[in-house]
Design a protein around this ligand. Structure first.
Ligand SMILES: NC(=O)c1ccc[n+]([C@@H]2O[C@H](COP(=O)([O-])OP(=O)(O)OC[C@H]3O[C@@H](n4cnc5c(N)ncnc54)[C@H](OP(=O)(O)O)[C@@H]3O)[C@@H](O)[C@H]2O)c1
Length: 298
């Protein structure tokens, strides 16, 4: 498995397994342990979750698996996120909102460590851009957590270039990633200049919903149908699966990103891993880039 060195002391697998949908898989802790072991056999050692995933339950599900098999902890890297508050019986929120203050980051991190049944989080991220963002408070919280060994690295998700640049300056260029939505149907970060800023900063993004949440394969939307047609032709030429082509398309970009697979099926995770040995040519890359009709060349 190829790895990406995101900080001097931390390498992540280029294919990451995501747990956004974990609750809906109805895995027992034993089944989740087995799933993680299977992923590790494929070389996928990095796992992505968040405080709010699975209605605040996903971290605890992963923690239950780690309690059942403590040997797993040293074999994997855990990414989790803070910054979104949603009404829930265990939390007194009236309405969904963002909270990224010093106090919130510190208290969320301590709760996540407890739920995950671990002493440290490998990568701790702010989940969404917060219009009420206190850069200096957040930077202080992250620096303290890192100095205490509670997190090994930190970054953000879904930031636009100006916001990424501003926070990266305040943290003295400590941000190790921006986790962003990119797929053959989602081009915001190509158009915003994010892919360019990340290369300039030598920061590797993580691409979420690489298969557009599965809609690439299931939606009747004409843009999805066009993408499917192009992917199917390219996949046939390379004797591989269509999802492998999508992952190869994402992985070949010079920004050197990581992909986060969201499937509950090990076979589909293997399709993502297979992409590391699939080389598309530049014209194939552009065919996929243009397939949905959402992007045009001038
Ligand atoms: N930072 C953020 O704001 C953010 C936001 C969203 C997600 N994420 C992260 O990114 C991860 C991946 O996102 P995602 O789950 O949306 O990824 P995705 O891989 O685009 O979508 C996964 C979904 O697609 C389905 N699927 C895959 N292949 C399929 C096929 N051939 N035919 C039909 N359905 C297919 C899967 O179903 P099966 O399970 O049945 O295979 C699953 O429901 C998440 O788990 C989370 O960790 C981060």
């Amino acid at each position: 498995m190829e790895t990406i060195t995101i900080s001097p002391e931390l390498k992540l697998s280029r294919v990451i397994q995501g747990f956004w949908r974990l609750q809906s898989w109805h895995f027992t802790p034993i089944q989740l342990c087995d799933f993680i072991h299977e992923a590790i056999k494929l070389g996928v050692t990095t796992f992505d979750t968040a405080e709010i995933y699975g209605d605040y339950e996903a971290e605890a599900q992963l923690g239950a698996a780690l309690r059942l098999d403590p040997s797993l902890r040293s074999k994997i890297q855990i990414i989790t996120k803070t910054g979104i508050n949603k009404p829930h019986p265990d939390y007194p929120y009236r309405t969904k909102h963002y909270e990224t203050s010093y106090e919130k980051i510190i208290s969320s991190c301590n709760k996540s460590l407890e739920k995950l049944n671990t002493d440290y989080i490998d990568v701790y991220l702010i989940h969404r851009e917060d219009p009420f963002f206190d850069h200096h408070g957040a930077a202080k919280a992250f620096a303290e957590l890192k100095a205490q060994g509670k997190i090994r690295a930190y970054g953000v998700c879904n930031y636009d270039p100006i916001k990424f640049h501003a926070f990266n300056e305040v943290t003295d260029h400590a941000l190790v990633t921006n986790q962003i939505e990119v797929s053959p149907l989602q081009f915001e970060h190509f158009n915003s200049g994010m892919m360019d800023l990340l290369q300039m900063e030598n920061v590797h993004p993580m691409f979420w919903s690489p298969l557009a949440g599965g809609s690439i394969f299931t939606s009747d939307d004409p843009a999805c149908a066009e993408v499917r047609q192009v992917l199917s032709r390219i996949a046939q030429n390379h004797h591989c699966e269509m999802d492998t082509v999508v992952y190869a398309w994402l992985l070949m970009h010079p920004v050197k990103g990581m992909v986060i697979s969201g499937s509950q099926k090990i076979d589909r995770l293997k399709n993502a891993v297979d992409a590391l040995s699939l080389r598309l040519d530049l014209e194939e890359w552009y065919e996929i880039y243009l397939a949905s009709g959402k992007q045009v060349l001038r």
